[in-house]
Design a protein around this ligand. Structure first.
Ligand code: NA7
Length: 535
């Protein structure tokens, strides 16, 4: 493979300059390849560029939610808090971009509007706005699993004269809620982080809840220096042990107990209490059977409902806040005072089951027949997750096949990395991989390393194209469905199954179990890309 010129042809085109796109650019360049990354934002950072709502923070601990690929980088960067806030993660992304001189290959403020496989030239033609089409041997979609926002079409919304926001597209200038009547719609992780912060500032805050969230306390604070020193003493070992965890993080947490069902009531209470006191996702892995046995799951769910009953003073509000679905089938929310916020006199919870939003009006909305006045409405309504950003580009593969056609009944691919009929196209952290059920940075590094190795192998073996066979793809889809069917993740209306977006096919889109997945990818590569067709 020749090194591409800096004109309209490169070896690797990358969509996105978040953590995936940045590392992909770095690895491609280190192989001596010409690379060009695009991002519509005016800076790097992806998710952490856009999600700058008040209280935005990572729910994976800082010492783990960071790149491991460069020993010097992980040694020099110091995190201040156990869970980093959005500005600190964005500063880290910028630091990485500068440290590895990534910006010269990144075109910011540039949207990839389409991509077409040119069979004769055996390369991708990537359309951008602004800009001329770029030709590339390989196309990597690093556009993120949670980047295409979901804005439900509420009747009359256009008539609303106040300010509106979406958590995933937060303005860059400071937003003050002082003295204002604010509505927040949605109660997922973003709302759970934002609500306590906005409640302290706003005159009145009304939270509209469709599905109550299971929240576990973050217990955030400055990084514990003793713990940090232990990690830093063997950072590489710490990373390696985390890669062996099912979700790619948490190797220093207490291991799960065998079963919530065989433990005595006392043992169970002590185990839940201990993880609750630790904070964060530790609670979700108190017992091994929480994700597989509905009776065990219900015991963990009831533990949280009991904490809500203890915390929230008004019994009717407490009852509304108690989730009834299986715990863990939607991502646990890691909170800092969410339930407590509903004890404030300026905060009201509205259940959309009791009072559905009928319509927006100039100065507010009507829910369940009740007119309510608002100055500001915040949509914390999440994302067209996993597939949204890839389908917006809607690449056209061999014989005019569009990705939207190939994925008409839900996303299909092989190893979550490549799609039959789309040569030399790779998706990072997309459907069919552990993706959002992992520490996403661990997933990104594994995916990028796999893609880089594959491109390097093709160069060494003189191949021009690679794509999964239809049979290997069908087998992988079957594997993901079979593996995930008995798990809690398939069990309720979450974005893991596309149920949050009306009309989206219902398919489980993430595969739980990072280590087994990574081994499978490794075996495929080591065996010369079995299940792939090379040309
Ligand atoms: P989520 O977790 O998808 O939460 C979105 C919330 O918005 C959730 O409570 C939804 O209720 C609610 N929602 C979505 N559509 C509607 C409509 N039409 N009406 C009312 N309420 C609605 O997104 P987040 O941004 O909070 O978090 C995304 C991920 O980012 C998170 O998992 C972490 O990984 C970080 P529903 O549950 O669908 O009934």
């Amino acid at each position: 493979m020749e090194r591409g010129s800096d004109g309209d042809r490169v070896d690797v085109a990358v969509v996105g300059a978040g953590f995936g796109g940045m590392y992909m650019s770095h690895r491609a360049r280190s192989l001596g390849l010409a690379v060009r990354a695009f991002d519509v934002a005016d800076d790097v950072g992806g998710t952490w560029y856009w999600n700058r709502y008040p209280g935005a923070r990572c729910d994976v601990e800082s010492l783990e939610y960071s790149y491991s690929f460069d020993e010097a980088l992980q040694r020099e960067w110091r995190w201040t808090e156990r869970y980093a806030a959005q500005p600190e993660i964005l500063a880290y992304a910028r630091h990485v971009a500068e440290r590895f001189d990534l910006r010269r290959d990144i075109r910011l403020r540039t949207r990839v509007t389409g991509a077409r496989w040119d069979e004769a030239a055996r390369e991708w033609v990537v359309e951008t706005d602004p800009g001329e089409p770029l030709r590339a041997r390989f196309l990597v979609l690093a556009s993120g699993p949670l980047s295409s926002t979901n804005l439900p079409g509420f009747p009359g919304l256009a008539a609303f004269e106040g300010r509106t926001f979406h958590t995933g597209r937060w303005p860059h200038e400071p937003v003050s809620f002082a003295g204002r009547r604010v509505a927040v719609i949605g109660t997922g992780s973003s709302a759970v982080q934002m609500v306590p912060v906005v409640a302290r500032e706003a005159a009145a805050l009304t939270v509209f809840q469709r599905t109550a969230a299971y929240c576990v306390p973050a217990r955030n604070g400055p990084i514990d220096p003793a713990y940090e020193a232990t990690v830093r003493a063997d950072y590489a070992g710490f990373r390696a042990r985390n890669r062996e965890q099912l979700a790619g993080f948490g190797s220093t947490l207490p291991p799960p107990e065998p079963s919530a069902l065989t433990a005595t009531e006392d043992e169970r209470r002590r185990a839940f209490d201990a993880r609750w006191a630790l904070g964060g996702f530790a609670f979700g892995r108190t017992f091994r059977d929480l994700g597989t046995d509905p009776r065990a799951n219900e015991l963990a769910a009831q533990y949280i409902r009991d904490r809500i009953a203890e915390t929230v003073a008004d019994p009717a509000t407490a009852r509304r806040l108690m989730p009834t679905h299986a715990i863990l089938c939607k991502r646990l929310c890691v909170d800092s005072g969410y339930y407590e916020t509903f004890n404030r006199p300026n905060v009201r919870l509205v259940s959309l089951h009791e009072q559905p939003i009928e319509r927006f009006e100039a100065h507010g909305l009507v829910a369940g027949g009740e007119p309510m006045r608002f100055d500001d409405v915040v949509f914390a309504t999440g994302f067209d997750a996993m597939t949204g950003s890839a389908l917006k580009i809607d690449p056209v593969g061999r014989d005019g096949l569009r990705l939207s056609q190939a994925w008409r009944e839900g996303p299909v691919n092989c190893l979550g990395l490549g799609v039959a009929g789309f040569p030399n196209l790779f998706t990072l952290v997309g459907p069919g991989s552990p993706s959002a059920l992992t520490n996403v940075i661990v997933q990104i590094e594994q995916h990028v390393d796999w893609v880089a190795r594959c491109i390097d192998w093709m160069r060494a073996s003189g191949h021009a194209t690679i794509e999964p066979t239809a049979a290997a793809q069908a087998a992988w889809v079957e594997h993901v469905n079979t593996a995930m069917a008995p798990t809690v993740f398939s069990r309720c209306d979450s974005w893991y199954v596309g149920a949050n977006v009306p009309g989206k096919p219902r398919v489980i889109m993430a595969l739980y179990g990072f280590p087994a997945y990574a081994r499978r990818c490794e075996e495929t590569a080591a065996a010369g890309y079995t299940g792939y067709e090379v040309g």
